[in-house]
Design a binder for this molecule. Structure first.
Ligand code: 5AD
Ligand code: SF4
Length: 482
């Protein structure tokens, strides 16, 4: 008898296509047995990198023969987890109780967990002990191996889960299938991992060292996306500004952006996330001169206090950060600037916090994500003394939110009365006479229209601002302006 494992190709992605084929015939047999298609459901937690990984995971599952199900009553359920803050982990543990009940009703159900949380050995230990009904566990570095792991699960008769978590990798596997959530816009990974080791952050431990994709592979992927109807791409990386920084890389992020800007048929380019320490003058210049790069910049501040920024290992000062904002606004007066801020980092005093409030006042962000500091085991900050009491954090958090809200309300109102380009993304969830789209600066706009507009970029007069979104009317160019 031929042993399927010993004849499997060694190289990727051929090896994974081989396992996809093997899984396909197993799934087909089950289909005949059940008299229906097998279903799968992926629940994605966390950031855009995870959302992108889930598109790849779904691509593999559909290639194998699963059809996507809206809910978790499926034959294969996969949680793609996040661990950046403690509550992300708690959410997963909470949902696992529900999955257990589903599996009791359908013992053939396969439950798999992957992503950042699985890179933590104590988490895997806990799942093996307390959630022994989980069938497959894998991490961030080998998501491309889903078919191989599933084949192991299908053929391995032992009750033990299939666990395969890699500590790190330099490997980037190209050309696997993916199912995109939107036909007209797509995320494109340009680099993976992070080398910054901000002292509060677990990402470098769970996503590994920085590695960039070759510019050739990135351009090839975007050209293919455009040929399939994509008009907007979001270049993704934990720290896109350090794309191409390693000796072996041939192109910097600014150069890459220029190359993407030249792709015919593409209309909008966004990128996420940037680190202030790596934001170069060259990048600002390229952005300002580009035809398609959206005038939107996510520039995480984390704290406005030089003392805390040092303790956080951020490598910039408040003054340097503010000067970057000035440079961005000088080069692109209409630029929208957003940020991430952490409240309650160990040792944060009222004076430190007021420095953060001062930056918020001076920058006047379009919007900001605010986070309560969460202690992550294994990071240097978790061992720092002087963790801040909850009530103090809560008070600061509320004051910060209030300030950000006031600033962003004012910003939103400034665009009312102007006509701007909107990429229509879908029919409004609450009112089907409306469609919803996004401005260049990423703000949401609701306007009268139907699904024929989805995927199109239209001129829209912004009639009214409501919180962080707008109501608008399509302009055809024939309106009377009197
Ligand atoms: N606690 C709170 N917020 C955190 N972030 C990262 N690690 C932590 C943590 N331990 C925030 C940072 C980062 C965003 C993605 O998550 O602000 O920019
Ligand atoms: Fe975390 Fe800092 Fe890396 Fe961002 S740059 S992922 S905050 S370590």
């Amino acid at each position: 008898m031929i042993d399927n494992l010993s004849v499997a190709p060694v190289h990727e992605p051929e090896r994974q296509y081989y396992f996809m084929d093997l899984c396909k015939s197993i799934v087909l047999n089950k289909e005949n047995e059940y008299g229906r298609k097998l279903t799968c459901h992926i629940n994605t937690f966390g950031c855009q990198m995870n959302a992108k990984d889930s598109e790849k995971l779904l691509g593999i599952l559909e290639e194998i023969g699963f059809v996507e199900s809206e809910d978790e009553k499926a034959d294969f359920v996969l949680y793609n987890t996040c661990t950046v803050r403690e509550n992300a982990n708690l959410k997963v543990y909470g949902r696992l109780g529900y999955l257990k009940k589903l599996k009791e009703k359908n013992p053939n159900m396969i439950i798999a967990l992957c992503g950042c949380m699985m890179q933590e050995s104590d988490v895997v230990e806990k799942i093996r002990k307390s959630f022994s009904f989980v069938d497959i566990i894998f991490g961030t570095h080998n998501i491309f191996q889903l078919a191989e792991l599933l084949y192991d699960r299908f053929t391995n008769k032992s009750k033990k889960p299939t666990v395969n978590v890699w500590e790190g990798t330099t490997e980037i596997v190209e050309d696997l299938p993916q199912i995109r959530k939107y036909p007209f816009k797509a995320g494109v990974n340009i680099m993976f991992g992070c080398d910054n080791f901000c002292t509060y952050c677990i990402v470098p431990y769970v996503r590994g060292r920085e590695r960039s994709r070759s510019s050739r592979d990135i351009i090839r992927e975007i050209e293919k996306l455009v040929s399939e109807g994509v008009v907007e791409v979001m270049l993704l990386g934990q720290n896109v500004n350090s794309y191409g920084n390693k000796e072996e890389d041939e192109v910097s992020f600014a150069e890459l952006l220029k190359m993407v800007d030249d792709i015919e048929g593409l209309e909008r380019i966004r990128f996420m996330t940037s680190h202030p320490k790596d934001l170069s003058d060259e990048l600002i210049e390229v952005m300002a001169n580009a035809k398609k790069v959206c005038h939107q910049f996510h520039l995480p501040l984390q704290s406005g206090s030089d003392r805390l920024l040092k303790l956080m290992n951020r490598h910039y000062t408040k003054e340097k950060y503010l000067s970057l904002v000035d440079k961005l606004r000088e080069a692109m007066p209409d630029i929208s600037i957003t940020t991430d801020i952490i409240v309650g980092f160990p040792g944060e005093t009222e004076e430190d916090f007021m420095e953060t409030m001062d930056v918020v006042e001076k920058v006047n962000y379009d919007s900001a994500f605010t986070f309560i500091y969460s202690k992550r085991t294994g990071t240097p900050a978790a061992k720092m003394e002087n963790q801040i009491p909850e009530d103090v954090i809560k008070d600061r958090f509320d004051r910060l939110l209030d300030k950000i809200q006031k600033g962003s309300d004012m910003k939103t109102k400034q665009l009312v009365g102007q006509t701007k380009k909107v990429l229509v993304e879908g029919v409004n969830e609450h009112d089907d006479s409306l469609v919803t789209g996004r401005l260049d600066n990423n703000s949401v706009v609701h306007l009268k229209g139907d699904e024929s507009l989805i995927g199109k970029i239209v001129d829209v007069h912004l009639d009214e601002a409501k919180g962080f979104y707008y109501y608008g009317t399509i302009r055809t160019g024939n309106e009377c302006e009197c």
